[in-house]
Write a protein that binds this ligand. Sequence first.
Ligand code: MOS
Length: 715
Amino acid sequence: MEKDINANMPSSSDGLNRVDGRLKVTGAAKYSAEYSVEGLTYGVLVGSTITKGTIKAIDTKAAEAAPGVLAVVTHLNAPKVPGFQPAPGKPASPKGPLKVLNTDKVLYNGQPIALVIADTFECALFAASLVKVRYDVGKHVTSLPDNMNKGFAPRGEGVYKRGTADAWQSAPFKVEQEYIVPTDTHNPMELHSIIAKWDADDKLTVWDKTQGVMDTREEIAKLFKIPAENIQVNSKFVGGAFGSALRVWPHEIAAVIGAKMVKKPVKLVLSRADMFTSVGHRPYTWQKVGLGATADGKLTGISHEATGQTSEYENFTEGTVRVSQGLYACPNIYTKYNLVSLNIGTPTWMRGPGEATGAFALESALDELSYALKIDPIELRLRNYAETDPESGKPYSSKFLNEAYQLGASHIGWSERKQQPGSVKKDGWFVGYGVGGGMFGAYRDGATVKATMMADGSLVLQTAASDIGPGTGTAMVMIAAEQMGIPADKVRFEIGESSLPQAPTQGGSATTASVGSAVHYACIDLKEKFQKLIGNGGTDKLDYAQVLKQHNLPSLEVTTKADGGTGRDKYAMNSWSVHFVKVLVNTATGVVKIDKVASVADSGRIISPKTARSQVVGGAIGGIGMALMEEAVIDHRYGRYVNNNFADYHVPVNADIPQIDALFVNKPDPIINPMGAKGMAEIALIGMAAAVANAVYNASGKRVRELPLTPDKVM
Ligand code: MOS
């Protein structure tokens, strides 16, 4: 497998091992719940057992009298939170925001309605079981399919048109189908957790699981109406997140409220069950796609409608229909995006966010069209290849998707594929091949990095970034080592504290482009500072320790701010992926086995080959989970998740995952940033679910349009 990867790597870069790998596997990496703070107390949330209604009475006497209990915080006694407001960037919902522990209204099952604080976790957990609540029970709605008639356009009219909206309908070849992506949950291995400690009436420190310490600081500052500078947010290690830690959630607000009330630091760790209700999910989404094409496979029109679920108190939106606007060259496009408010916790971005949902529908429909046209699915994609951005007409900053098609096709053995479904059988299994691709914007934000050369010749980089697992630290160390001409083990990358120089939240596959640019320019600035120090006699290759010693300096530092880059007005910037899957299908039992995967990324220059490979493999596995097993199920009679645990919510395990070839076009983007690197996290998943479903159809002739492809749907 390694050989496959390295074949597409520059020969000089076998890649650095993950710089924080040893810390993580030995337990030395400290996660937010692991900090010991003097006087620490423990909080356990009590969640509502109804799905909509009003709290009539809440009896906390027994809980308060239980051993070790310091307080039971409810809407009746909680300190008021002055700044409840919609999440940043989100349109307000009439019933929002959710006034955590400041309201008697219940808007979803499991909504925190009390926080028990005790001197041990066990005491808090026991006392939480003693809180008695009486409700006025309202009529809840939790099913999207049953409430499609309540759809509304969350932003503007929610409709996008290019050319003739219904052009696809008059095409000689057409496909129109509906697709369902159910609720999926991020469920990172590390549970969401926070330690909240008030240092003064208006001064706060939190150790928090978050993808962005600066954004968390801003949100808490607004909520509690204290200056952001008075808040320190620490999040040095994050054990996975996939989008679930992109914003501040109710449990974080509850812990800060609780710490204020008991005047002691409070630690709050969600249970695995809470992870299903309290930290977002990939929203259940209904889609309808219409495609029209000429006999030679030129798309004449695309129509893509999507309706996603949201909560009653916030309107969460994502780019579900965006792939249909930009993935293929097509003159006539119609897209429509709606939301339905349900009694659930607010969804959030989950790896690949809306594009992953949208690509399942579009790439499945395109596969259906390929059979109607009797044209190979890769050939069909090439016939509709967009050479410039179909929406803006702008040139791409870089696009090598056609090379990605070739690379993946040769690795999966695409030439073995038969166009006729059900025509290949081996050892009792039908064999099939499928393809699915995706795109995601290649973004870049401003970031600031402080670079300090120490007396011993080691370099320390500091920025308030986050590394939730993609290998950011490793990539940053490699950028700096290359730029400074020093070994990687001489570079230290310090992140995860809001007191460090500003960095954006880790999200949208943008960190390497954003923070990497700042690292790159900080190193150049630092080299220049050294050159100035030694005057004209400088050479390219400096012995930094020697120079510092000669000049009697303990260290030399720069702080460099990089902006979001230029060119976005002239170019369209995207990363692309294509996934190839070979499956074995048993039509008697409905079992699908993934036999082989080749996932290809066009994400610019690959900076850190090993962690890039892990990114692509992880994304492919996430996509296989989405395709075959992941589904959070609500019993709509009660509005409650019935599989809120890892026994019943299935994710792929080793036995489900075959050889995965992670392949890279590995050509630098000349525009987006000085490294030529584009994002990778999202595209590693986008398109995979369609590739699996398309392979199942090719193997068995069974077209499944509702995820996941569980045996009952395949048999
Ligand atoms: Mo990502 S879904 O922006 O963490």
